[in-house]
Design a protein around this ligand. Structure first.
Ligand code: NIG
Ligand code: FE
Length: 418
């Protein structure tokens, strides 16, 4: 029997190996500031998996002469970002609305002109699956070079049976072809299509009776999401839609408390949601409810920034003991950026999170928010080798501090450099 050589990469002289963990743990409250690191380390990757790491003092002799060894003197190695909330399948960008807003139109004015989510839905329904795949693939390529190795992608710009299924089939194809770890979320309840504006029950019936059975049959989604917000879906409607999804095994991840005190956090916790996301507009009652639950609060600071809204009260949430993840919300309307490095910087600068807290929230807790904690999100033996190799930097805090610089040298996904 011939001995098959394993695909190996050895990284040596790593200045700091970041987020090294033996066991997984969803981090809440004070635990978020505890980031285990190893100074002056080596890391071994075999067949796409992390198989060993330790201090350089323990370096196995054969490493020094290996042809695949990388000398990372001065550089840091982190787990790749886990972006647990995006909408990266969309037909076109919406910068014309951005300019309209600069000229004084409000979100409501734009919606009244047929803009916003409905604008994206019209364009998505006119686009082919191939066009949608190609444009989403480019965004995925862009974010992987920015250090993202795992990503959740939502539907929600179809708002019709064909449109939603088309989006989810595109996500399925991306899942099959991409080296990134991907989770799909059905967000048919993103808004009410115009023809159902006065007939909410009609659209909810369409979601429950026409969309969900096909989604379940074709295994098109892992999660179900609802935009629980005044003017969109009420907590009761949210519950009804989520329960219908849950009957097919789809766990909820909910858009909650973005624009109003909508009750979204409470309904998410009641349903045992994996996460409630946004949380720009949240009160003490909702914070306490979240803190006393296993549901993760996912903060999306670039959406708050882009819409000029108050940032999420991260300190209050952490002080209350909540489990926090950070994500980009990459979408054409409220966060046209999938840059997790910027999310981290903004979380420090505007929400006063510590560098250690943002790294945990963007890696291990983000992995939990996609139920990928056994595959990615930390430097752990047996996990997939999804890594960021930084340029030489002075300290970990330099990453969010130097917010406009690209500090990534290379990104590895599943053992291969992208
Ligand atoms: O997560 N809040 C709802 N959905 C998106 C925005 C969608 C859009 O404007 O296209 C969000 O921010
Ligand atoms: Fe979103």
């Amino acid at each position: 029997m011939p001995v098959l050589n394993k695909m190996r990469t050895e990284i040596i002289n790593i200045k700091k190996l970041v987020n090294t963990r033996v066991e997984n743990k969803l981090l809440r409250g004070k635990e978020l500031a505890d980031l285990p690191n190893l100074d002056d380390a080596y890391l071994l990757i075999e067949d796409g998996v992390i198989t060993d790491f330790s201090s350089m003092k323990e370096l196995p002799a054969e490493f020094k002469h290996s042809p695949s060894v990388i000398d990372a003197t001065g550089q840091f190695v982190l787990p790749a970002w886990c972006d647990s909330h995006t909408h990266i399948v969309f037909a076109t960008s919406r910068e014309e609305e951005f300019v309209d807003k600069l000229k004084g139109l409000s979100y409501a004015d734009i919606a009244a002109k047929g803009g916003g989510i409905l604008n994206s839905a019209r364009k998505l329904n006119a686009a082919t699956e191939v066009e949608l795949f190609n444009s989403a693939w480019k965004r995925l390529d862009e974010i992987s070079k920015l250090g993202t190795g795992a990503v959740e992608i939502k539907s929600g710009y179809g708002l019709s049976v064909e449109g939603e299924l088309k989006m989810l089939r595109v996500i399925k194809k991306i899942k099959e072809k991409s080296k990134l770890s991907i989770k799909a979320t059905f967000l048919g309840a993103h808004t009410f299509p115009i023809e159902y504006k006065e007939n909410h029950q009609g659209y909810i019936d369409l979601i429950i009776n026409e969309m969900l059975p096909v989604i379940a049959k074709e295994k098109l989604a892992d999660y179900i999401d609802v935009f629980c917000e005044s003017g969109f879906f009420s907590p009761d409607e949210t519950e009804k839609i989520c329960r219908a999804g849950m009957a097919y095994g789809l766990k909820p991840k909910i858009h909650a408390n973005q624009l109003n005190l909508s009750g979204g956090t409470q309904v998410g916790v009641k349903l045992g949601a994996i996460s409630v996301d946004h949380l720009e507009t949240i009160d003490d009652v909702a914070i306490q409810t979240l803190a006393n639950s296993n549901t993760i609060g996912t903060l999306l600071p670039t959406a708050a920034f882009f819409l000029r809204m108050p940032f999420q009260p991260a300190r209050q949430l952490i002080d209350a003991g909540c489990a926090i993840a950070l994500a980009t919300d990459f979408n054409p309307g409220s966060s046209p950026s999938g840059n997790m490095n910027l999310v981290n910087a903004m979380s420090c600068i505007q929400m006063k999170m510590l560098p250690e807290e943002v790294i945990n929230a963007s890696t291990i807790n983000g992995a939990y928010a996609m139920e990928l904690e056994n595959e990615v999100g930390s430097i752990t033996v047996g996990k997939q080798a999804n890594l960021i190799l930084t340029k030489p930097i002075s300290s970990l805090a330099y990453m969010p501090y130097a917010f406009g610089s690209n500090l990534i040298d290379k990104v590895m996904i599943g053992g291969e450099w992208v």
